[in-house]
Design a protein around this ligand. Structure first.
Ligand code: NI
Length: 170
């Protein structure tokens, strides 16, 4: 496994629509492993392949420590309810915004063995599924945030982001 560089800010790769993973090769497995390592190193709860410069439809999510969801070619098939809350992105370090998301999401994807499965999530997991699958279509949360937090407000709202910001400064 290796840590990869996370693309940030105005990198055009973050705005590109990714193509489906045609076949799960050893290279794809390595990509998933590297994405998990990179996400954990950066203290994130999710990471999408375009964030490490790979234009394939693959994401990893770990909203509950130790429980990693790998979604290849994910497709959201059902949503319901609504939640409001603060959201950040490893590709937009030091920032966060107020974003409405469905409170329940059902997504269909392939796992690393090429088997189709369904993942259901509420609250933070639902938010992460939406955020990460958005990345695959070149969308960032800032596109539909109701408003962005001021840096001092951001610290109050999300101590985790403060940790991120410090890490990125080093
Ligand atoms: Ni993100």
């Amino acid at each position: 496994m290796a840590k990869r560089k996370i693309l940030t800010d105005n990198d055009p790769t973050l705005r590109t629509v990714c193509r489906p993973v045609p076949r799960i090769t050893p290279r794809v497995i390595t990509l998933l492993d590297d994405m998990v390592e990179t996400m954990r190193y950066a203290n994130g709860v999710g990471l999408a392949a375009p964030q490490v410069g790979v234009l394939l439809r693959a994401v990893v999510i770990e909203t509950e420590p130790g429980v990693v969801h790998e979604l290849i070619n994910p497709e959201i098939i059902e949503t319901s309810g609504e939640q409001e809350g603060s959201e950040g992105c490893l590709s937009l370090p030091g920032r966060s915004g107020h974003v409405k998301r469905p409170n329940y999401v059902k997504v269909k994807a392939l796992n690393r063995n090429g088997e189709e499965y369904v993942l259901e999530g509420t609250e933070l997991l639902a938010r992460a599924i939406c955020h990460e699958t958005d990345h695959l279509d070149g969308h960032l949360y800032i596109d539909f945030a109701d408003y962005m937090y001021e840096p001092e407000e951001e610290e109050r709202v999300s101590p985790r982001l403060r940790k991120h910001a410090r890490k990125h400064e080093r």
